[in-house]
Ligand binder design. Structure first.
Ligand code: CUA
Length: 339
């Protein structure tokens, strides 16, 4: 995995780094590392080149006309020669733009058709992404995995593209899934299922975000896609498929978690916690961030989150549970045992 430097900074400053810190290589549409982002870039560049040439020709003629035929002293009395109609010129400026527009239509529709008609093949991964205010639920129905805010996919290679197909849904309002280096944007619309796919070839962590205004914390609805080598992906699958570990050292915190209303919103596989309104916590500690990228997943931010989620992400749907310091420490100990 290619480390992104800001992720690995000392955790003490992690919160402020996440909010304001310098982030290298963020969401660069000019450096696509996956289909269909590559194909989209090529099409956009072709359109850009054609439009630039048109701009230069039209702009050049305009500047030429302004300079060459500008008003000169002594011009007042005479009118320039008047030209009424020229079949050749009129034909040229009708046919040429029509041809250019036709080429653009063909190229664009080919790219769109290419992207939309891709069908899952053997070896491809299927995942469902559900947009929530303000986090991403990620399910792998065939693999029995539920996680949040981090989509894990295998990398393909030249001979073997191994695409991941995504079903996009929304639990509340419209959101939009956008990881610029991997693919274009696709919206997540309530009561509707949209489809998209990615086929990255380079392992690494790719950043994305919600690209459709969805309420107060739209800006902190961040997303990361972790692209693994095939072996790493298999390992990740195996780990995620395990039910939650029961750690005797975290028994107190576990008791508090199950005695409170935590369980009505969160699920932990292998326990009686089956809530569906918040993120699945079965393997919480395997995730890099909390609150959909609002904070690094560290002991300190976990504790700050439990003490008062509204402090860390104002407006989020998790209420302040009014835990005492001691209870918060115990809950954090329990959550940190969910590896
Ligand atoms: Cu979800 Cu913006």
């Amino acid at each position: 995995m290619r480390p992104r430097s800001y992720l690995y900074h000392s955790t003490g400053r992690a919160l402020s780094l996440f909010a304001f810190g310098k982030i290298d290589s963020v969401t660069n549409i000019f450096r696509p590392l996956s289909q269909p982002a590559q194909e989209i870039k090529e099409t956009s560049f072709l359109v850009l080149v054609i439009c630039t040439v048109i701009f230069l020709v039209v702009g050049g003629l305009l500047v030429y006309a302004i300079v060459r035929f500008r008003h000169r002293p002594g011009d007042e009395a005479t009118e320039p020669p008047q030209v009424y109609g020229s079949n050749q010129i009129e034909t040229a400026w009708t046919v040429l733009p029509v041809l250019i527009v036709f080429v653009l239509i063909l190229v664009t529709s080919r790219t769109i058709a290419d992207i939309q008609n891709r069908k899952p093949a053997a070896g491809s991964v299927n995942a469902t992404v559900v947009g929530h205010q303000w986090w991403w639920e990620i399910r792998y129905p065939e693999l029995g995995i539920v996680t949040a805010n981090e989509l894990h996919v295998p990398a393909g290679n030249e001979g073997n593209h191994r695409p991941t197909f995504l079903k996009l849904q929304s639990a509340d309002v419209a959101h939009s899934f956008w990881v610029p280096q991997l693919a274009g944007k696709t919206d997540l619309i309530p009561n509707r299922e949209n489809l998209m796919w990615i086929a990255p070839t380079e392992p690494g962590t790719y950043l994305g975000n919600c690209a459709e205004y969805c309420g107060m914390q739209h800006a902190r609805m961040l997303l990361r896609v972790v692209v693994h080598t095939p072996q790493d992906f298999e390992r990740w699958l195996k780990e995620q498929q395990q039910p939650a570990i029961e750690d005797a050292n975290a028994a107190e915190g576990r008791k508090i978690f199950f005695a409170n209303s935590c369980v009505s919103c969160h699920a932990i596989r292998g326990t009686s916690a089956k809530g569906v309104f918040g993120p699945d916590l079965t393997h919480l500690m395997s995730r890099q961030t909390l609150a959909s990228g609002a904070a690094l997943n560290s002991h300190d931010s976990l504790r700050a989150w439990i003490r008062d989620p509204q402090q860390l992400k104002v407006g989020c749907l998790m209420p302040n549970m009014q835990m005492s310091d001691k209870e918060a420490d115990q809950i954090v100990a329990y959550l940190q045992s969910l590896r």
